[in-house]
Design a protein around this ligand. Structure first.
Ligand code: SAM
Ligand code: DTB
Ligand code: SF4
Length: 327
């Protein structure tokens, strides 16, 4: 008799769009079963990792991303500000750590940082790391040289999202190409940092665009270590302020298909939790999301905050863990 093959299915980066489309079209119970099986093969389903965000340079961004309150192309209520003080970053990082976050993510509303910004940011990375936190930054496009310098300073993760499918992308952003995003991702990867890359759901895209987005992520040369799935936060003054809401079950499907196709990645239930019911968040966690942003603010918009998250975790019997129980 043949020995039973107990090995885990291999991690695939050769997914076809047809395969991913077929996953999206599965009956919901079958999709959830497959997502949970993939999740449990690699993680503890009762553990969730916490990251906290801080906007270190807010607003006035030259890019025209239709979803973003920080774009100078849109007339939102946001006040633009310069790169914040080093000490202010450290105070926020200490508070995040004391509230259970294991990763501190710093975001700047830039198209790309200048080399002199990198000088300053390298010292920030060193000091945040010294607090015992993992570090992540999202600063726009990077050159290979800038990625090397941030890595040398100890930056663990770089966040740079593909945002949507290659076909829908041009309806959302015209000032930066999809290829430029892929180039930054390869600089980050080649520099040896971990990649955080995901996208946004609810921008008026078709299901096929969600297929295309997950396909683009799951066929990168190596899967991103973190995959943030954001539900659009519709901000007044942005071109997407009145876009219709996505069906919550369709949002859960994006989480589940991401989990199945990138089984070893941390899938982060990211922006949009403020407007989600506990039941929807629970479904996302059951579908394989195993990381969230903690704290009462994302970059510029509200997030549920520690009390609501603690109540949700208590109800679900879920606890925080730096690696979501990953092996
Ligand atoms: N400026 C940098 C860049 O875009 O490369 C980094 C910061 S940017 C705010 C990081 C990501 O936040 C975007 O790629 C997008 O996926 C997400 N994001 C921005 N505004 C959002 C919104 N209103 N709702 C959901 N996600 C949003
Ligand atoms: C990501 O994918 N989501 C985070 C993080 N990466 C930087 C940002 C969400 C921003 C939501 C809108 C705001 O608060 O400005
Ligand atoms: Fe600028 Fe980033 Fe917002 Fe686009 S998403 S407008 S690049 S801050």
């Amino acid at each position: 008799m043949n020995a039973i093959d107990r090995s885990l299915p291999s991690i695939r980066t050769d997914w076809t769009r047809a395969e991913i489309r077929a996953l999206f079209n599965l009956p919901f119970p079958e999709l959830m079963f497959r997502a949970q099986s993939a999740h449990r093969a690699h993680f503890d389903p009762a553990k969730v990792q916490l990251s906290t965000l801080l906007s270190i340079k807010t607003g006035g961004c030259p890019e025209d991303c239709a979803y973003c309150p920080q774009s100078a192309h849109h007339d939102t209520d946001l006040k633009a500000s310069k790169l914040i003080d080093h000490d202010e970053v450290l105070t926020a990082a200490r508070a995040a750590r004391d509230h259970g976050a294991t990763r501190f993510c710093m975001g700047a509303a830039w198209r790309a940082p200048k080399d002199r910004d990198i000088d300053e940011l390298c010292t920030v990375v060193e000091d945040v790391k010294a607090l015992g936190l993992e570090t992540c930054m999202t600063l726009g496009m990077l050159t290979r040289g800038q990625a090397d310098r941030l890595r040398d300073a100890g930056l663990d993760y770089y966040n740079h999202n593909l945002d949507t499918s290659p076909e829908f992308y041009g309806s959302i952003i015209t000032t930066r190409t999809y290829q430029e995003r892929l180039d930054t991702l390869s600089h980050v990867r080649d520099a040896g940092m971990a990649v955080c890359c995901g996208g946004i759901v609810g921008m008026g895209e078709q299901v096929e665009d969600r297929v295309g987005m997950v396909h683009a992520l799951a066929t990168l040369p190596k899967h991103p270590e973190s995959v943030p799935i954001n539900l659009l936060v519709r901000v007044k003054g942005t071109p997407l302020e009145d876009v219709s809401r996505v069906d919550p079950i369709d949002f859960v499907r994006v989480i589940a298909v991401s989990r199945i196709t990138m089984p070893r990645s941390m899938v982060r239930l990211s922006a949009g939790r403020e407007d989600m019911s506990d039941e929807l968040q629970a479904l996302c966690l059951l579908a394989g999301a195993n990381s969230i942003f903690s704290g009462d603010q994302l970059l510029t918009t509200p997030n549920p905050g520690d009390d609501r998250d603690a109540a949700l975790f208590a109800k679900l019997g879920i606890s925080a863990d730096a690696h979501a129980g990953g092996r």
